[in-house]
Design a binder for this molecule. Structure first.
Ligand code: ZN
Length: 246
């Protein structure tokens, strides 16, 4: 099977559509979407993004923002702008979409892959931002591979041969990477709010028969998203960061 692996759409419909356009037709270019959570929060299109995801063959996790928006977690760890957007999203999100987000798990095993929004150790909140944190997490899941989102930075971590540590490997785009040769934690990056100074939407294609993973990036019309955010009265800092990629 081929999977379109996405994470952290963050209510950015324009970026989500750009990814879907480039990834190609479901059933032809890929069989199933794996979404690693944070469908909503920050961006201006929460209902539209949940609606679109639901129209496609997919499996999704919930992320920390999804939980805060629906009141399943409190937002006290959030900075003021994130709290503001969570509150706004809570108000505009319709009941059907709220119920959908409430139904999602935060971690799931699918064949050789453990899926978690944040980390296998703490699926909702922990940021895997270094090989040291990745190393600790390799001991927590049993499958060969783990897929995470949450940091909004595409990267993969390989466990070293003696399993004592791990190594961060920067993504090379649009080249299928072999998964053979050891356990890995892979992060496709964020569709709707990239934080690696590259403003393009990030995603990945996983082929579990060929055992390959391909990081990809696609540009989208950032200004149109910023216009909708201004119209919705969302915080300026969240609007600016899209054009700066952090
Ligand atoms: Zn996120």
């Amino acid at each position: 099977m081929r999977y379109l692996v996405i994470s952290d759409i963050h209510a950015n419909l324009t970026a989500f559509l750009a990814v879907l356009r480039e990834a190609g037709k479901p059933g032809v270019e890929y069989d199933l979407i794996w979404c690693l959570g944070d469908v909503v929060g920050y961006g201006p299109d929460p209902n539209e993004c949940v609606e679109l995801l639901n129209a496609l063959p997919h499996f999704s996790l919930a992320g920390n923002h999804d939980w805060v928006v629906i009141g399943k977690a409190d937002g006290k760890a959030f900075h003021a702008a994130a709290r503001h957007s969570a509150k706004w999203t809570h108000q505009v999100l319709n009941n059907k979409h709220r119920a959908y987000l409430a139904s999602l798990p935060v971690t799931q095993i699918q064949g050789d892959f453990t899926l978690a929004h944040a980390s296998p150790r703490d699926p909702v909140w922990e940021y895997i931002l270094s090989p040291a944190i990745a190393s600790q997490n390799f001991g927590v899941f049993q499958t060969p591979y783990c897929l995470v989102g949450h940091t909004h930075v595409p990267i993969h971590y390989r466990q070293t041969k003696n399993s004592a540590s791990s190594q961060a490997v920067q993504p090379v785009y649009s080249v299928p990477l072999s998964l053979a040769g050891g356990r890995q934690i892979l992060n496709p990056g964020s569709v709707g709010q990239p934080r690696d100074k590259d403003t393009r939407a990030a995603y990945a294609i996983l082929d579990d028969e060929r055992q390959t993973w391909e990081f990809r990036r696609v540009p989208y019309d950032i200004e149109s998203v910023q216009r909708r955010m201004r119209n919705a009265g969302l915080p300026e800092i969240l609007i600016i960061r899209l054009e700066q990629g952090w």
